[in-house]
Design a protein around this ligand. Structure first.
Ligand SMILES: Cc1cc2nc3c(=O)[nH]c(=O)nc-3n(C[C@H](O)[C@H](O)[C@H](O)COP(=O)(O)OP(=O)(O)OC[C@H]3O[C@@H](n4cnc5c(N)ncnc54)[C@H](O)[C@@H]3O)c2cc1C
Length: 572
């Protein structure tokens, strides 16, 4: 497996949101990549519903946040979360959230916890993936091989070999990566590369082949969101007419017969509904008519609907892999963490894995990474996976362990009291689960070997509040620039040194050290007092993933700082 024989630099197994984002991160750095995806159909079950604000900020950095924000619901459709006993009966609680147009307009006016370049976008993964796929395909150095399955991955000290089989001859090589042979159809091929990434989902054959276990809790039982789930993708032009309440993005049904969550996909006629199977109920034995009858129970009415697709999944996982890396084989996304989808964190955590790994792989391949840079991926992302799966579990407990009282649906005084009490619980729950700047912006890499601590402590990690801080290890605090751009729009592709305040320190030592180490470094001057106050330092070093690597008032130790941040020093 010598350098001359390589088909590409990185083979990515899986073209879900994780694999596609990683391909885009590598493609924009002109790294040759082959993505293997066994699924031939581009249609996918709707799955994830929410792109969190931090993921939207990454999409903005990658250049397509507006394109993503245009997907899904119409621009003026409210993204309310509403709770009912049954959808045609009593509304119990409603958490009002803005439409995508309002979200784009108000972001520039927000401060404090929501001081951000982007707000969340509530839209199905099936639409998001189309955009990710189109951008990955447009990259000159990225080749996506649809209908190709990775069968085995082997490695030596300096290379990997991925055995791939074309399982569906309809799948075609969309564009050969530089140097890669066009595989033709029905083929078996060994792809040689420097790294292989298992972004191959919850069943991850790559993780299993490495022998890494998922550690944590599974099989949690709850009244809802704890057990075997049954999902239906429905088409119904009449559903809005039948539901006598204001439109919402998520409609939760809370009653003692059947619970469910219905999500509007396009604001017109497409929906997904998830309900929980009763113990012993087998999805395979549920006819389409019986499935639709389950929907009628939560609707509280009969209505002709078209069943586009159906699926099953498990709610109640809080699982993180014991290892994310074995030499040149790395794992990311659902391959290494499985969530209960409450909080909408699974896909977002998968995208952030790709963001963290992308620049590190590219740096290693371009020769400016130290030996410890890629190894820092597991240390940084495993801790976040444990944190985020833990938060998702709390949300699932908060909504799923709530037991509706027997009189909830009664048209009586007792029923009204029960609905009021249920509404109070659900209202508080909605604010807990769906207003989460603390989770989305507050993920940190404290203790990472490539973060240079300045001895300060970050604010406590909380769900619903985020205190912007430039304490090294967290997201670079955001601000809007005088010319209307986001600070993030001004950062370089790789590292950036910020010079802060009206009389900034000299940063030439950073530029000189970066040149010596071959590290691409941009310098940005933020002349306002506000910026200096926000960062509480004269200088700050921002990583390619917009994490503060270091802050300080002198650049005398620039060489040490950059060596540490690029993985050349294992301890500082
Ligand atoms: C009902 C439901 C609701 C959800 N809601 C949310 C939400 O609101 N927010 C959120 O953040 N997350 C949510 N999730 C989770 C989200 O869907 C996943 O976390 C996300 O898809 C993970 O992305 P991934 O790229 O890691 O894996 P996947 O999307 O699973 O992609 C892996 C890909 O690898 C391919 N593959 C597997 N093996 C091979 C092989 N050997 N060779 C080639 N290809 C292979 C698969 O075909 C697949 O396309 C939800 C999930 C479910 C089920």
């Amino acid at each position: 497996m010598g350098a001359t024989q390589r088909d590409c630099a990185v083979v990515i197994i899986g073209a879900g949101p994780c694999g596609l984002t990683l391909a885009i991160e590598l493609g924009r750095r002109r790294i040759p990549v082959i993505v293997l995806e066994e699924r031939t159909s581009r249609a996918r079950f709707p799955a994830a519903n929410a792109t969190q604000a931090r993921t939207m900020e990454h999409y903005r950095r990658l250049g397509f946040a507006d394109e993503i924000r245009a997907q899904g619901l119409p621009p003026d459709y409210p993204t309310d979360i509403a709770y009912f006993d049954r959808y045609t009966r009593h509304e119990l609680a409603r958490f009002r959230l803005p439409s995508s147009r309002t979200a784009r307009d108000i972001v520039k006016t927000l401060s404090g916890a929501w001081s951000a370049a982007e707000l969340p976008h509530r839209c199905s993964q099936m639409y998001v993936e189309r955009v990710l796929r189109a951008h990955a395909e447009a990259m000159e150095t990225v080749s996506i091989r649809t209908g190709w399955r990775a069968m085995a991955v082997r490695q030596t000290a300096d290379a990997v070999a991925v055995e791939a089989e074309q399982i569906d001859p309809v799948g075609q090589d969309i564009k050969p990566a530089s140097g890669a042979a066009n595989p033709g159809s029905g083929q078996h091929q060994i792809l040689r590369a420097s790294y292989a990434i298992g972004a191959d989902g919850g069943g991850s054959p790559t993780r299993k082949a490495l022998g890494y276990e998922l550690v944590g809790e599974s099989g949690i039982v709850r009244d809802f969101m704890g057990g075997r789930m049954f999902a239906m993708h429905l088409r119904s032009p009449d559903l809005y007419r039948v539901i006598p309440h204001a439109p919402a993005w998520q409609y939760w049904a809370v009653n003692r017969e059947r619970r469910a969550v219905l999500i509007s996909l396009n604001g017109r006629d497409e929906f997904v509904v998830h309900t929980q199977l009763t113990p012993g109920q087998q999805a395979g034995q549920i006819s389409n008519a019986a499935a639709i009858a389950m929907f009628h129970v939560v609707l509280g009415a009969e209505l002709d609907v078209e069943l586009i697709a159906r699926s099953t999944w498990n709610a109640g996982y809080t699982l993180v892999a014991e290892k994310f890396q074995h030499g040149r084989i790395l794992l990311a996304g659902d391959a290494v963490h499985l969530f209960t989808p409450t909080g909408g964190l699974g896909y977002n955590t998968a995208v952030e894995d790709a963001v963290n790994l992308g620049w590190k792989l590219a740096a290693a391949l371009k020769g400016w990474a130290g030996a410890g840079l890629i190894d820092s991926y597991e240390c940084e992302r495993q801790a976040i996976a444990r944190r985020n799966t833990g938060y998702a579990r709390k949300f699932a407990d908060s909504v799923g362990l709530f037991i509706p009282p027997p009189e909830l649906e009664d048209d009586s005084e007792a029923g009204e009291t029960a609905r009021k009490r249920a509404g109070e619980h659900l209202d508080a729950h909605a604010r807990f689960e769906f207003n989460i700047p603390g989770i989305t912006f507050g993920g940190r890499y404290d203790g990472s070997p490539i973060i240079v601590s300045d001895g300060t402590l970050p604010p406590p990690d909380t769900v619903n509040d985020y205190v912007p801080t430039a304490c090294p290890g967290g997201r670079a605090p955001h601000l809007w620039l005088e010319d209307g751009r986001s600070l993030y729009d001004a950062l370089g592709l790789e590292f950036t040194v910020l010079r802060l305040g009206p009389s900034p320190r000299d940063a030439t030592q950073f530029a000189a050290a970066a040149a010596t180490l071959g590290i691409p470094l941009a310098t940005v001057h933020l002349a306002s007092e506000e910026a200096r106050d926000l960062y509480e330092a004269d200088l700050a070093l921002i990583r390619p993933d917009q994490i503060v690597a270091w802050r300080g008032d002198a650049s005398a130790d620039a060489m040490d700082v950059l060596r540490r941040a690029s993985g050349h020093l294992s301890c500082y």
